[in-house]
Design a protein around this ligand. Structure first.
Ligand SMILES: *Cc1c(COP(=O)(O)O)cnc(C)c1O
Length: 341
């Protein structure tokens, strides 16, 4: 099976398993796991922050970040497609008493004017706007990268209104690889940023929150409260360290695979795709003659898995565990099944 459902389906490489096997470990709730500490230092260094914190998942990373920069009743401005709004099971309301204010961006990306328009006047009837949350790359928009100047313009608007800035960097590695911008430049305007180890980087679990020391100390307590304190977590951190050294440099290959797939899809009559929006490892396209579910079923029966992303929208995601040869096999199958007779 060629699994293009998500970049989360990767399994640890042999070298990664070896690094996990050999990891030096301790009790991380005591702060005594040397491998976790090394990973946190390395991510802080990479993102240009004072400190960092290893957490079990990206969802927990988002929820901890929001929790430490808000009070209950505050409002968060984000794009309508945001993971926090769509795929976190209502956690921001449940865990932190937050209200989300989703706004329609420009093809899935926020611009300063969207943020400006969403900020509430300071009157007691309105929820206090507290945070602007940005997702880079923006998953639902097609893995599109926020250009650095757009990030800086959004940050300027947020700062003018005394708002906090939060970056969901589940795929920040992809953004950096695609635009050749260091991760720390993208992260610089944000109070808190987190990055995933378990998507493009191919580790089995874990994300890392980066920010100034006082916020990371608060995040540590919140992680405990949310049940995310782990003990000999160095086994997992070792996978992350390995991924940074050995997998991160190959990330652009996932983008080349996505390009190939996107160009194939573009040439097939039943499909519509905007090639300009395929910048990283995500390929979103529409089917005009059928439902997404039926296209998914047809392809799955022949050995290729995609994700239905709407009634007529599909998503294919490339990752380390599909090779360019696998993508060519999938492309051939698409041409055979959906090409003009
Ligand atoms: C996957 C993802 C998350 C959540 O990460 P998990 O590790 O699956 O909890 C958050 N934000 C974005 C943009 C994601 O793609």
């Amino acid at each position: 099976m060629i699994d293009l459902r998500s970049d989360t389906v990767t399994t640890p490489s042999d070298g990664m398993r070896q690094a996990m096997y050999e990891a030096e470990v301790g009790d991380d709730v005591y702060g005594e796991d040397p491998t976790v500490n090394r990973l946190q230092e390395r991510i802080a260094d990479r993102l240009g922050t004072e400190a960092a914190l290893f957490v079990p998942s990206g969802t927990m990373a988002n929820q901890i970040c929001l929790h430490v920069i808000t009070d209950p009743g505050d409002e968060i401005v984000l794009e309508r497609g945001a993971h926090i709004f769509n795929y976190e099971s209502g956690a921001a309301g449940l865990l932190s008493g937050l209200q989300l204010h989703p706004v329609e961006g420009d093809q899935g990306l926020l611009a300063p004017e969207h943020v400006e328009a969403a900020i509430r006047p300071e009157m007691e009837v309105f929820p206090p706007t507290r945070v602007v949350s940005v997702e880079n790359t923006a998953n639902q928009a097609g893995g599109v990268v926020y250009p650095l100047d757009r990030i800086e313009a959004i940050a300027e608007t947020a700062r003018e209104h005394d708002l906090h800035l939060h970056l969901d960097g589940a795929r920040l590695w992809n953004a950096s690889a695609a635009h050749d911008v260091p991760e720390q430049d993208f992260a610089a305007p944000f109070d808190l940023t987190w990055v995933a180890l378990s998507k493009g980087l191919g580790a089995p679990a874990g994300s890392v929150i980066a920010g100034p020391k006082p916020l990371i100390e608060d995040a540590r307590r919140t992680r405990k409260r949310f049940g995310g304190g782990m003990r000999q977590a160095g086994i997992l951190a070792a996978a992350g360290l390995y991924a940074l050294t050995h997998h991160r440099p190959h990330l652009h290959e996932d983008h080349e695979k996505a390009q190939h797939l996107a160009e194939t899809i573009d040439a097939l009559p039943p499909f519509e795709i905007d090639l300009d929006r395929v910048e990283t490892n995500i390929v979103i396209f529409k089917v005009t003659t059928d439902t997404a579910a039926s296209v998914v079923d047809t392809l799955e029966a022949k050995g290729v898995q995609l994700t239905p992303f709407g009634p007529t929208t599909l998503r294919a995601t490339t990752h380390r565990d599909v090779s360019m040869d696998d993508v060519e096999t999938a492309a051939t199958l698409l041409r055979k099944t959906f090409g003009a007779a």
